[in-house]
Write a protein that binds this ligand. Structure first.
Ligand code: ADP
Ligand code: TRP
Length: 321
């Protein structure tokens, strides 16, 4: 069983990214053969500054390693270091109907958010299909927003197989639990696009400042509150075990305490939770050659598999003979 997933290097990871995606990726490395890559080719449609692109890419790798991705267990690489992907993408593009891509909601969403209407954004699901099919992947762990792309990938693979024989393995999406849930500083879903994020690797001081500024309702302190509906309680729950969670829930139900106290508890718990990752990150930043070596090793492993699949596809459609 092989899992594959890509992470776009479009910013620094926030708490939502961690609990909604990265944590699950890391857990999966123990269960299945995992291929994870930094999707820099996908990010090219939005990141147009070369320095920012290379910084974000290397930092994304450092962040994943610091958070516990183990290169002995999972294959970690940069998408563009596997040129077979771009070749395979063209083979897939030539058989992908415009209608299939026109039905994808992500293109419209991204254009609405201000991204340029470039061809690469429109054909982005085909590049994603190449990413998945190149490694004979069975399972693709993704957030809910990406499930349509996995369906598109299956359609593209089926069309190719139908025309040229059984070349591609059909993958399935594994929707990450809780992938839509982490609230941001305004109580809405945490997201880069809403400017309400708290980054995993900001300094504890900055993190604390942001936590103390999280929006709250104006109910009086004395009033008992239902914890499950409250975004501060939801955030606190991410960082602590069941006993602490229960103790906090009891305080909510009893009333007579302020949100300031919960915020302080969140900041303390978050700092402890990510302390080890912060320490590991500092070590990795001090040794970028080690990170580059890990990525080179990952790309070599990924290319071995991708070139096998590419040859299969090229032979099937008659361009390799
Ligand atoms: P953003 O919304 O900040 O641009 P991305 O779309 O790049 O985040 O998300 C990358 C991954 O992190 C996706 O799998 C997504 O489902 C997950 N994710 C992002 N924000 C949250 C959140 N607030 N809660 C849970 N998961 C999230
Ligand atoms: N499109 C995904 C996103 O924006 C990133 C991605 C690129 C990906 N290629 C992939 C995810 C292949 C899963 C499999 O989050």
């Amino acid at each position: 069983m092989r899992v594959v997933s890509g992470i776009q290097p479009t910013g620094r990871p926030h708490w939502g990214n961690y609990f909604g995606a990265i944590r699950q990726y890391i857990q999966l490395q123990d269960e299945k053969q995992a291929f994870y890559f930094i999707a820099n080719l996908h990010a090219l449609t939005s990141v147009r500054d070369p320095q920012v692109m290379s910084d974000y890419t290397l930092n994304a790798a450092i962040d994943l390693l610091a958070l516990g991705l183990d290169p002995q267990r999972a294959v970690l690489f940069v998408q563009s270091h596997v040129p077979e992907i771009s070749e395979l993408c063209w083979l897939l593009l030539s058989g992908t109907s415009m209608g299939l891509l026109e039905r994808c909601v992500s293109y419209k969403d991204k254009v609405e958010k201000g991204l340029a209407t470039v061809a690469g954004l429109f054909t982005y699901p085909v590049l994603q299909a190449a990413d998945i099919l190149a490694y004979d992947s069975d399972v693709v762990p993704v957030g809910q927003d990406q499930t349509q792309h996995i369906e598109v990938c299956r359609d593209i693979a089926q069309a190719f197989n139908h025309q040229f024989g059984e070349v591609f393995v059909l993958p399935r999406a594994q929707v990450l639990a809780d992938s839509a849930k982490v609230p941001g500083t305004d109580g809405e879903k945490m997201s880069k696009s809403y400017n309400n994020t708290i980054e995993i690797f900001e300094s504890p001081k900055e993190m604390r400042k942001k936590v103390m500024r999280i929006a709250t309702d104006s109910r009086p302190m004395e009033e008992p509150k239902e914890p499950a509906d409250d975004h501060l309680y939801q955030l606190y729950s991410l960082f602590v075990g069941p006993a602490e969670r229960e103790a906090m829930a009891a305080k909510y139900r009893a009333g007579g305490f302020g949100y300031g106290e919960v915020k302080k508890a969140i900041a303390d718990a978050a700092e402890t939770f990510f302390a080890e990752a912060h320490r590991r990150r500092a070590e990795l930043v001090a040794d970028p050659d080690q990170v580059r070596a890990i990525l080179a090793d990952g790309a070599a492993k990924a290319r071995t598999k991708a070139s096998e699949v590419l040859t299969r596809a090229q032979t099937a459609c008659g361009i390799k003979f």
